[in-house]
Design a protein around this ligand. Structure first.
Ligand code: ADP
Ligand code: MG
Length: 617
């Protein structure tokens, strides 16, 4: 028999990679702008024709490239920005994958002109389907111009998938605004079909916002400023009276990078609690600076998602600093009889050393019970939520004290107390006998021949993912009826998506009592989630579906199960008691695929006695 495996030719591999990086003209704009900024450009000009379908040209006055670099930059994984895996944890640049230019060159006609300060002449390179068609010396100003023509000319399916020019231009402008907002010191201009859309001079943050969104914005902005050990926050929130019906001007930047985070968005909304008229959305422009080591931006190729080490603390800090700003600027009502008691805590973040809020785990609290009551000790904040939910653990942001781990480990569970139907398994704690939690992140358990270290978040994601898939495709799940139906507003786009997946969502336990043009009314939700999380989960889900590369995911149902399981899973940083740990272990190994998370990341590692022996040699 002859061998059947062969390596894909470069241009094919590049085209496949391009599927992830380049979804539409706006993605090209984003990548080129990021490169221009990484190159130290202070004046960046963008020309676009037909919403970027026929031409995207970005010119910067940055440091330029040498002849060799100009040729190399189109190779996949060619980057000047990182050298080793460790560098990923201290990223100061926007790019790092070295994929963008290679991907773009695989699916468009690209022309690059570049010159460094000290070079007399520049380099001009033309490239098509990853093949260099010409390379010559040329006269060009210091800096780089990249011209991307006829996007997807060689992939008709992708080209046909593009929306109308109006829609694509909207995306282009969105990306442009995100980059321009984060870099007020850089001059930007954007032209479409010959007419000027934006001309942004060097400015400060407030002026930049006003230059983009118009003169009237100025009076609406309330500054937010906070400096703590884990995060520095600056920026603005819109005064509540100007809040909009649709989610429009909402921007988070982390280390100058635009990100989407339904979780942090929730923190902002929570700060506005009681100040907004019926379901209006506050605008915000918030810049968070955190230690690059404490985030992971490597989780999504388009890099708008980010993983924070300590989401809970960020949430709390963000919410209180916005509340504080709203109060200081006399925006909050002076007399408010049902005020949130957390407002009454003296505002002293700036003086105090910040410690991350701890999540208290009550030894008697049994999340695997189906009844709503959590047994003898039921703190107030938990009764608001369904006690049968895992997320009541990670929502416990307001818990005050912590119990040391050792006291918790002594708790023994009577098996008749545990109905254990969360994962449809009995909690007998058999798997490996003992478990303990390491760093609130890993569950460690013993095997006959070694030890097993399980990533709790990935494991739970896998468990929920399989459960959800089963519910959607085989048996429908049970719902918990809501006492008061929940109304959630969505934009027109979001509603279109939601309608497509409504049936599948109903299989997971959602009950939509009304579907309107601009929102839904929900009267029942899956038993595994609590009411307060519904909005975040759905928003995240719609975002995931929107960002989904056509054809890349297995199916919409798969994306749905992935997104929901990720949102619902117990997070790293959550303390788990013994019963919870063992339930995860047991349910994990009842899964069809226990070794990989739905996102193809390893769920556990084993360390055998043999391997240990070797280490002691
Ligand atoms: P990444 O940005 O992840 O490194 P890219 O494919 O976007 O990958 O770019 C590859 C390399 O090309 C960059 O690392 C940089 O060295 C160089 N480069 C790209 N654009 C520019 C530019 N506008 N000016 C100078 N160098 C650039
Ligand atoms: Mg780049």
């Amino acid at each position: 028999m002859t061998d059947v495996i062969h390596l894909l030719p470069d241009h094919v591999a590049n085209q496949i990679a391009a599927g992830e990086v380049v979804q539409r003209p706006a993605s090209v704009i984003k990548e080129l702008l990021e490169n221009a900024i990484d190159a130290g450009g202070t004046n960046i000009k963008i020309l676009v024709k037909e919403a970027g379908k026929t031409l995207i040209q970005v010119t910067d006055n940055g440091k330029g490239m040498s002849v060799t670099d100009a040729r190399l930059c189109f190779e996949r994984h060619a980057t000047s920005k990182i050298n080793s895996a460790e560098d990923l944890f201290s990223l100061k640049t926007k790019g790092f994958r070295g994929e963008a230019l290679a991907s773009i060159a695989a699916i468009a006609h690209v022309e690059l002109k570049s010159r460094r300060q000290d070079d007399e002449v520049g380099t001009c390179i033309k490239i098509e389907s990853s093949e260099v068609t010409s390379q010559e010396a040329c006269v060009t100003p210091v800096g780089t111009t990249i011209c991307v023509k006829n996007l997807f000319y060689n992939i008709p399916a992708r080209r046909n998938f593009l929306k109308s020019d109006t829609v694509e231009l909207r995306h282009v402008i969105d990306e442009f605004q995100r980059v321009a907002l984060a870099h007020p010191a850089i001059q930007f201009s954007l032209f479409h079909n010959g007419s000027e859309l934006f001309q942004l001079p060097e400015a400060n943050y407030r002026q930049r916002i006003v230059n983009i969104f118009g003169g009237k914005t100025n009076e609406k902005l309330v500054p937010v400023e906070e400096d703590t050990a884990i995060v520095k926050i600056h920026g603005f929130v819109g005064k509540p009276e100007f809040a909009k019906k649709g989610r429009g001007e909402q921007f988070f930047f982390v280390n100058d990078r635009f990100i989407k985070s339904p979780y942090l968005n929730h923190a902002v909304t929570a700060a506005f609690e009681g100040l907004l008229k019926d379901k209006a959305y506050p605008s915000y422009f918030l810049f968070l600076d955190v230690d690059p080591k404490s985030i992971d931006i490597n989780i999504h190729p388009t890099k708008t998602e980010i993983k924070f080490d300590d989401e809970h603390a960020l949430y709390t800090i963000l919410r209180s600093s916005i509340k504080h700003s709203l109060g200081q600027f006399n925006v909050a009502p002076v007399l408010d009889f049902d005020r949130d008691s957390s407002l009454d805590t003296p505002y002293d973040f700036s003086q105090k050393e910040i410690t991350p809020p701890k999540v208290e785990v009550d030894p008697n609290f049994n999340p695997f019970k189906t009844e709503r009551s959590g047994g003898g000790y039921t703190p107030n904040y938990r009764t608001e939520k369904s006690a049968g939910s895992w997320q009541s653990l990670y929502n416990g942001l307001r818990s005050e004290g912590t119990e040391s781990f050792s006291t918790r480990t002594q708790v023994e569970f009577e098996s008749d107390q545990v109905t254990g139907n969360l994962f449809g398994l009995k909690d007998e704690g058999e798997a490996g006998g003992t478990t303990f939690q390491l760093n609130k992140k890993y569950i460690v358990t013993t095997l006959k021949s070694g030890i097993l270290v399980i990533d709790q978040q990935r494991a739970h994601t896998r468990i929920l993912y399989e459960e959800l898939l089963k519910n959607i495709t085989v048996t429908s799940a049970v719902s918990q009826q809501l006492l008061f139906p929940l109304t959630i507003q969505f934009s027109t786009n979001e509603m279109e998506l939601l309608k497509e997946i409504k049936d599948s969502l109903e299989q997971t336990g959602f009950i939509f009592s009304e579907v309107k043009k601009d929102g839904v009314e929900i009267s029942g939700i899956p038993t595994l989630i609590s009411e307060s999380e519904v909005e975040i989960l759905l928003e995240q889900l719609l975002l995931d579906l929107e960002n989904e590369v056509p054809g890349a995911a297995f199916s919409q149902v798969d994306t749905l199960a992935k997104s929901l399981s990720r949102g619902m899973a117990v997070k790293s940083g959550t303390a788990l008691n013994i019963a919870e740990q063992q339930n995860i272990v047991n349910s994990l190994f009842a899964c069809k695929e226990s070794s990989l998370s739905p996102f193809n990341k390893p769920v556990f590692i084993t360390l055998t006695v043999d391997e240990l022996d070797k280490k002691f040699m």
